[in-house]
Write a protein that binds this ligand. Structure first.
Ligand SMILES: [Zn+2]
Length: 338
């Protein structure tokens, strides 16, 4: 799929749909929403071949695979084409960039399904993890009623660590940006100050009545990430009853981390106290970084540094802070029935 099509001529999105002959749920599996995160793409291509050869069959419901969701970023072997596709997910009448044009096709595809498995990978080392949305709520930001089904999906995708609460935390950061620099100009500021900018594939899916998870399968070029992605797809097909395999037992306890705070980089000279990796544990009061002014940025409680970005742009996310919500021992997993 690494063809030599010139840039700017990416004019299509490729999807593959299989309909079981019995009714059932409608699953959408996305690869390479970020163009340099190709473990999902590789896993999907393997499974398409196995579906073609009859080694795997869809018994009921519908599954659609999109191996490369951002073709321009994939071609460029980078995270984004003209912007991050996994933000500001919505259709628009007058597209401003390549990702707006993809969203105009991708959103109707999301609308046509009810469950989303979005396959990503990450830059720094560490174990796979899976991101879920909010707990059930009737609020205005991200009202939701399918948390139990979504948790069941997360558990079956495999990783030990489950991360929740992204949009809520992001929206508070966006509100603070809007308040602290209300007159700053430019499209970038307008976007990062708008909570809608925090809406990616899974948030869009929930806003339409569905549910879904973002699976971070491992480091970008680790072959094991492809195995993680492949197992997650197979287990999801089994969980939803789309394939004939019985759902795999969920083998072990899990840790749930709740994102509670996002800290922005305020100056190019703001620096971390050390090279943080996602999920490094910190004690209350521990110094995470130092502002240009010399003021220390400390952990507000015992918790974890998540998504640290030492090269984050000024006025945008520097790192997230998470706290442990729960450890789920195997017995408790039984209560998470869909
Ligand atoms: Zn990604």
């Amino acid at each position: 799929m690494n063809n030599v099509t010139p840039i700017q001529t990416q004019t299509q999105l490729r999807s593959h749909t299989f309909h079981g002959l019995a009714p059932g749920p409608r699953l959408l599996v996305l690869g390479a929403v970020h163009g340099n995160e190709t473990c999902g793409t590789q896993a999907i291509m393997q499974l398409l071949q196995e579906l073609d050869q009859g080694q795997l069959a869809i018994q009921r419901g519908t599954v659609t695979f999109v191996p490369v969701t951002n073709p321009l970023a994939y071609q460029l072997k980078q995270r984004s084409g003209e912007r991050n596709l996994n933000r500001n997910m919505a259709t628009c009448g007058i597209p401003q960039d390549f990702e707006d044009r993809v969203a105009n096709v991708l959103c109707p595809l999301l609308d046509a399904h009810e469950v989303l498995l979005d396959l990503h990978s990450f830059h720094t080392g560490g174990a796979p993890f899976v991101m879920v949305g909010p707990q059930n709520n009737t609020g205005t930001l991200e009202p939701f009623g399918r948390a139990a089904q979504e948790m069941q999906l997360a558990l079956h995708t495999g990783p030990y660590r489950i991360v929740e609460g992204w949009l809520d935390t992001y929206a508070r950061g966006a509100q603070r940006r809007a308040e602290t620099a209300p007159t700053a100009g430019g499209r970038t500021h307008a976007l990062v100050s708008n909570p809608n900018y925090g809406v990616g594939t899974t948030e869009y899916m929930r806003s339409r009545g569905g549910y879904g998870v973002t699976l971070e399968c491992g480091q970008h070029d680790d072959p094991q990430a492809v195995v993680v992605a492949r197992q997650a797809i197979l287990h999801t097909l089994a969980l939803l009853g789309l394939s004939a395999s019985p759902p795999a037992p969920v083998p072990m306890g899990r840790e749930i981390l709740q994102l509670v705070e996002v800290t922005d980089r305020e100056h190019a000279a703001d620096s971390f106290s050390r090279e943080w990796c996602s999920f490094d544990a910190v004690k209350c009061g521990e110094v995470i970084g130092t502002r240009h002014s010399g003021v220390a940025v400390t952990a507000p409680a015992d918790g974890f540094v998540v998504f640290p970005n030492p090269r984050g742009e000024v006025g945008q996310e520097w790192f997230y802070f998470a706290r442990r919500r729960a450890n789920l021992p195997p017995a408790d997993l039984q209560t998470f029935k869909p």
